[in-house]
Design a protein around this ligand. Structure first.
Ligand SMILES: [Zn+2]
Length: 249
């Protein structure tokens, strides 16, 4: 049995008549998570996890038709049982489990098996067929344990502080930025770029507690963030704001 078909609009389930993370406009899109290469504009209807919904509203539009569900909740779509299971990638990220006539397929979306303390930890889902994404799954990629990595970041921030330097992190506004915030929580004042703040608000609306932060006006002076922590998205890497700042990155 095949529950998954690869089409020019994206991954399609013919029995359920819906797409998973389609890249062209379709009637019904099941969305694994809020990253722009998975959640696109133009779908008639979106189905996602509760935590992803405010992200779609912020990033796509407040006017989209969007239904959201809890992890493990089963929705019947034209006879296919569909449920979302934690993928551990970013907040709200899910693997999509499809069950039809006793046959189970799981589409992973992006996933991470390490617990980052922010995303709901990855859950192993038994299935007959597993469709996996694997951007960084090659053996050449070796990641530190989360605690070791966080320790490194913290030591770096503390060292910069001693030298009166600002610690500037470049991180994608959805996912990485919040992980960095969590990693350096409690060791310095955190300032984030507006675009990161906007997504932080989306998390807060669904009850996710993030470390405290401020959104400074980077067009003005960056002096007031000296010795402290600044997180900006990659687009700002070469901006004047960053270049003018006495800092380490
Ligand atoms: Zn992603």
């Amino acid at each position: 049995m095949k529950l998954i078909k690869f089409t020019n609009k994206g991954i399609y389930c013919p029995q359920g008549k819906f797409y998973i993370d389609p890249w062209r406009p379709v009637d019904l899109a099941v969305i694994t998570h809020g990253h722009a290469d998975h959640a696109r504009w133009g779908m008639k209807k979106y189905l996602c996890h509760h935590f992803t919904k405010p992200i779609l509203y912020k990033r796509i539009s407040e006017d989209i038709e969007c239904q959201s569900v809890e992890y493990g909740e089963v929705i019947n779509m034209n006879g296919v049982k569909v449920s979302f299971h934690p993928a551990g990638h970013i907040i709200g990220s899910a693997q999509i489990r499809l069950e039809y006539k006793g046959y189970v397929s799981v589409v992973s979306g992006d996933y991470k098996v390490q617990d980052d303390g922010l995303s709901t930890p990855f859950e192993l889902v038994k299935c007959n067929e597993f469709v996996t994404e694997s951007t960084f799954g090659l053996p050449i990629y070796n990641w530190l344990e989360v605690d070791d990595l966080n320790k490194r970041l913290q030591n770096w921030v503390l060292r910069n502080k001693e030298n009166q330097k600002t610690s500037v992190f470049i991180g994608y506004s959805l996912g990485k930025a919040q992980r960095i915030m969590k990693a350096v929580e409690g060791i310095g004042k955190i300032h984030v770029h507006y675009s990161i703040g906007k997504l932080n608000e989306a998390f807060e609306t669904v009850g996710i507690k993030l470390p405290e932060y401020e959104i400074p006006d980077f067009r003005e002076s960056v002096k007031h963030v000296q010795d402290e922590i600044v997180i900006v998205p990659p687009a700002l890497m070469d901006s004047n704001v960053i270049k003018k700042s006495p800092m380490q990155r």
